[in-house]
Design a protein around this ligand. Structure first.
Ligand SMILES: Nc1ncnc2c1ncn2[C@@H]1O[C@H](COP(=O)(O)OP(=O)(O)OP(=O)(O)O)[C@@H](O)[C@H]1O
Ligand SMILES: [Mg+2]
Length: 503
């Protein structure tokens, strides 16, 4: 094989934050026209590294060379001008602008002195069509779901002429159809010579799209391998430094009494949904983006309005007048929301303060927090979930993406609810921590909790659910149980795409 051409040369890159060396003397090459995966546990330094490449983080020391020439990005715009683009791990669009405005900001087509809105929307339409994204260019970003926002970010990044395109967990809330589209375009760009740096915690996905993989651990460079020449077990070994035998620790429980039931429940984007979940069960909810899964969860939790139908908790009708999340929490429900930043986390508060949030009312009756109690409780979840931090006092915004997720999870686990709804609980979480989360869910079920898990990660849904409900276009399209021979990804996808038919 001919020598590969180096697109980006990374030499002794280093970045330090107070108390932690996030990226420690990292060197490796990105070839021209390859998909280069970067993996590592939460907090390993992946985002910090790529942010330096994209001009989002300053570089403490080290050098970069782009196509053999010194490359020193001053800021994001400078990096873009030099051909390096990034799709953020954190969504970063302007909510009160349209999709088209967000995509073409700073490079809007003009007519005379004015922005040519029509041309902009048309260009945007073409771009979205090429990705098979069914979103109107004039939609406000605030009206999009998380997954749709993610697709728009992807579209935006693809619309630049990139030498290097960085994707930091671009698929974390996408489902298989959108991922297929993204991969199709990724391969196309690669074949045209773009270098793609790709970060994700979805191992199967990485094996599918990657050409080479670089592993980081604790800020350090561990090694680079050809994807073809490495298997998943070895890769996990390199990442976590230990073996993980069984990915899904799930024990079967004899289901107990009915904990939750919905009767013809109709709300914002779903109708006539009848589901039930018993104590001791973990029930998955599958469906494509827009199927109404998150909306169903939010209605059950009293967050979104219910149009008609009923929610029964423990046999009692819950959605009487003024049903609200406060009532839901009091009735023993908790919801780990999909949009952690908006609905689950206080970024400017410490880890401990966040973890006690949902139980504070119960724990501190006079409204004054007892620091000792707070610390004890948060220490437990920091340990259980292996949050990578020097202390519980650290501000949440200083944590890596995955570790922020763990904090929200800890917050809801601390409520010890009888009925827990998890919306994409392991999104952005590394393999080791995923295992911990599944173990905790399994333990909760064993202790008698009912769990509803919405996930776009089908292997995970099948790995830990007793039953899986499948939604399509706001309706319950089917149910598949573990005992059935058809408890497979194919069966779920078929129902999710085709809808009701089998029954
Ligand atoms: N703004 C910041 N201030 C202080 N520390 C930070 C900041 N950003 C990141 N860190 C720390 O740097 C380390 C690396 O974080 P980084 O976000 O690069 O991890 P990551 O590999 O992307 O993890 P994840 O898979 O969870 O996204 C972590 O210990 C994190 O707490
Ligand atoms: Mg990250």
């Amino acid at each position: 094989m001919a020598e590969k051409e180096v697109m980006l040369h990374i030499e002794s890159l280093r970045k330090e934050y107070p108390g932690v060396i996030a990226v420690n003397d990292v060197s490796f090459d990105i070839y021209k026209g390859e998909v280069h995966i970067v993996i590592g546990e939460n907090g390993a330094g992946k985002s910090t590294l790529v942010k330096m490449l994209a001009g989002l983080n300053t570089i403490d020391s080290g050098t970069l060379k782009l196509e053999g020439r010194e490359y020193k990005p001053e800021n994001v715009l400078d990096a873009q001008a030099k051909g390096v683009n990034i799709i953020h791990q954190e969504l970063s669009m302007m909510e009160n602008r349209t999709v088209a405005q967000n995509i073409f900001i700073g490079r809007e087509p003009v007519k005379g002195f004015w922005i040519d809105k029509k041309a902009m929307n048309e260009k945007c339409r073409e771009l979205l069509d090429s990705l098979e994204i069914e979103i109107d260019p004039s939609t406000m970003v605030r009206d999009l779901s998380i997954a749709q926002q993610q697709m728009v970010e992807v579209a935006k990044a693809l619309s630049f002429q990139s030498k290097v395109l960085i994707m930091d967990e671009p698929t974390s809330s996408l489902t298989s159809k959108e991922i297929d589209n993204l991969f199709r375009l990724t391969r196309k760009l690669r074949d045209e010579g773009t270098s793609i740096i790709y970060i994700s915690h979805r191992m199967q996905e990485l094996m599918e799209i990657g050409d080479r993989v670089t592993v980081m651990r604790d800020g350090a460079y561990i090694g680079t391998r050809e994807i073809k020449e490495i298997n998943m077990q070895e890769l996990i070994m390199m990442m976590v430094g230990r073996k993980i035998e069984n990915a899904y620790p799930r024990n079967y429980n004899e289901p107990g009494k009915e904990m939750v039931r919905t009767d013809k429940l109709t709300g914002l984007r779903f109708r006539n949904v009848d589901i039930h979940i018993n104590a001791g069960e973990i029930v998955g909810v599958a469906g494509l983006v827009g199927a109404g899964r998150t909306e169903l969860a939010k209605a059950i939790f009293g967050y979104d309005p219910i149009e008609s139908g009923a929610v029964f908790l423990d046999g009692k009708k819950a959605n009487e007048r003024h049903y609200s999340t406060t009532r839901a929490v009091d009735a023993g429900i908790s919801l780990l929301p999909e949009d952690r930043k908006k609905e689950g986390l206080f970024l400017d508060m410490s880890i401990s303060e966040n973890i006690v949030q949902a139980v504070a009312r119960k724990l501190f009756k006079n409204g004054i927090a007892d620091k000792k109690v707070e610390n004890q409780l948060s220490e437990k979840y920091i340990k259980d979930l292996a949050v990578a931090t020097t202390s519980g006092e650290k501000l949440v915004k200083e944590l890596s993406g995955g570790n922020q997720q763990k904090v929200v999870l800890g917050k809801w686990l601390a409520t010890e609810s009888k009925f827990l709804i998890f919306d994409e609980p392991t999104r952005g979480i590394d393999v080791g921590a995923k295992y911990e989360i599944y173990s905790i869910m399994d333990r909760l079920a064993k202790e008698g909790a009912a769990i509803m898990m919405i996930s776009s990660d089908l292997p995970e849904l099948l790995g830990i659910s007793d039953r899986v409900y499948v939604m399509k276009d706001g309706e319950l399209a089917g149910e598949i149980t573990r005992e059935e021979a058809e408890f497979t990804q194919e069966a779920i996808l078929e129902v999710a795409l085709r809808g009701k038919e089998r029954s």
